[in-house]
Design a protein around this ligand. Structure first.
Ligand code: ADP
Ligand code: ADP
Length: 227
């Protein structure tokens, strides 16, 4: 379970003349599924990278539970990341791809085995643990990417357009899988997309980002079905 609070969060890249994120304020409650939408270049990835600790914060405070995490490195944050391009290691098996985050944290071997097998079971990957990514379908690759995230039992999921490389049919299917996972794991999720259907069907709260500030925020009903 995790709460996130962003207080006047700002990002100024050295080579940009204006702030990419400008005093962003948002409270996210435990187990929420927040979808951030907005046009290309509005700052969605920057926002996620700051949450993940992959990009420094220029100003403001980022709280996770009751701690300011501005200076906490990525691996010590209670987060798991899923990207659009899967970011799988091609030379590693499915098992080792899923296990990677546990290995770099020096998790004992028998515990890694247990957690990877449980994760594979949840995602229907048990028969593929010895396979290399290139022999998998797009949907299976995306499941491995999800597996890498869920194996660590992180309380916060950050997803950056995780389905945008999949064809329409698979996208619909994976959308439902991600929602099932969310109901099961109850991790607080921040999900970036430019797909309005994803926002409408998945979000507990939608944030419409424009030029680094919040243009609109609300439930899918409030955002898309206004009279
Ligand atoms: P989105 O994910 O919504 O497409 P980004 O966060 O990738 O938006 O980019 C927002 C703005 O910040 C863009 O103007 C982009 O050029 C700029 N930007 C992103 N990353 C960097 C970077 N590493 N250095 C400088 N400017 C960047
Ligand atoms: P996306 O919109 O999916 O984030 P981009 O093609 O905008 O993809 O960005 C790809 C990478 O290039 C990102 O890591 C981003 O931070 C970086 N980037 C984007 N814009 C700039 C920029 N103006 N200067 C330096 N790096 C940038």
């Amino acid at each position: 379970m995790a709460k996130i609070r962003m207080v006047d969060l700002s990002k100024q890249y050295d080579n940009q003349d204006r702030k990419t994120i400008d005093r962003f304020n948002l409270n996210i409650e435990e187990q929420e599924f927040v979808v951030i939408v907005g046009p290309s270049g509005c700052g969605k990835s920057t926002m996620l990278r700051m949450l993940a600790g992959l990009e420094s914060i220029s100003d403001g405070e980022l709280w996770m539970n009751d701690k300011v995490v501005n200076d906490i490195p990525p691996k010590d944050r209670d987060i798991a990341l899923v990207f659009q391009n899967y970011a799988l290691y091609p030379h590693l098996s499915v098992f080792d791809n899923i296990a990677f985050g546990l290995k770099i944290r020096k998790t004992p071997k028998d515990q890694i085995k247990k957690q990877v097998e449980k994760t594979a079971d949840i995602l229907g990957l048990t028969d593929y643990l010895k396979h290399k990514p290139k022999s998998l379908s797009g949907g299976q690759k995306q499941r491995v990417a999800l597996g890498r995230a869920i194996v660590r039992n992180a309380n916060i999921f950050l997803m950056d357009e995780p389905l945008s490389n999949l064809d329409a049919k698979l996208r619909t299917h994976m959308r439902e899988e991600i929602m099932q996972l969310h109901r099961r794991l109850k991790a607080t999720t921040i999900y970036v997309t430019h797909d309005q259907t994803e926002a409408m069907t998945m979000a507990s709260k939608i944030v419409i980002l424009k030029d680094g500030y919040i243009q609109q925020i609300g439930t899918p009903k409030e955002v898309y079905n206004q009279p």
